[in-house]
Design a protein around this ligand. Sequence first.
Ligand code: SF4
Length: 351
Amino acid sequence: MTLLRKRTRAIQVGSIRIGGDAPISIQSMTNTDTRNVQATCEQIQKLQEAGCEIIRVAVPDMEAAVAIRAIRKQIRLPLVADIHFDHRLALEAMRNGVDKLRINPGNIGDMEHIRPVVEMAKQRGIPIRIGVNSGSLEKDLVAKYGGVTAEGLVESTLRHVRILESLDFKDICIAIKSSNIPTSLDAHIQLSDQVDYPLHIGITEAGTVWAGSIKSAAGIGAILSHGIGDTIRVSLTGDPVQEVLCAKEILKTFRLRQFGVELISCPTCGRTRIDLIPMANEIERRCAKIDKPLRVAVMGCVVNGPGEAKDADIGIAGGDGRGVIFKHGQIVRTVEEAQLVDALMEEIERL
Ligand code: SF4
């Protein structure tokens, strides 16, 4: 079964299209000081190598907004400036070549300040992402709904959307985030029913790399399973490269994107007669360098392995001190345990 995606309006962020029939793109955010151009560009380079497709940087002050110009010259990824409140930072970031703004128009202040930002974005074809977060929901909406609720998050989002629409601006992307997964899912479903702008999805403040990856997979997965989501950002307390790797796994798991090898491996059980766990880790490490879209299975026994992994293009199944290599469920070769990983990698190279 293939997940059906809700068709949204498309926006263009530098070379990447978000929404419409574009593939779901992967974003991350640097955690360097944006004013440190070298450190920021080095991190962006690592993120790009990991598979990041759009990068966001925080722009907390004018020095950071000015640094955008030098960063833009040194990187190839579409660049997003993350700005709160100060319209002058948004104007400076746009003058310096940013490809998208993340700013909430309702937080800029009066229309006198909002209008020039929207006009410049319009002239330069720069989309604006609205980002509503459960941690900063307006007090009147918290009071109205008796706490932070999906309804409150949606109403807050629509306030910002209406401001942009009142200025005839529709080059919009929206993020509506909560660290509470049921609230987040509910908010996405409600919002998706009311707008056709592309949605940037993620679970905010998800946690550390291990727990946050699981929480993100559960939350983003739940949203994706409703056909919602045009671009994703996993938020982890850790190296942002891990966010990109996690995002790729989520999209791969849903078969929404293909990035190299998808590993299928059994949990091992009382039938396992080879040292499968280190083998699976070694195969995962070696397959990480392969670009071919393949499903590789690492199974513990010959009796059930090939059958359980019949969806795989190629794989191994362990026997007693030896194992077999199978392709599409059919055994093609028997190999001693010590040579099994090398033999599998040779066969993968030949595919
Ligand atoms: Fe057990 Fe074989 Fe299934 Fe692995 S593939 S869990 S060893 S039955």
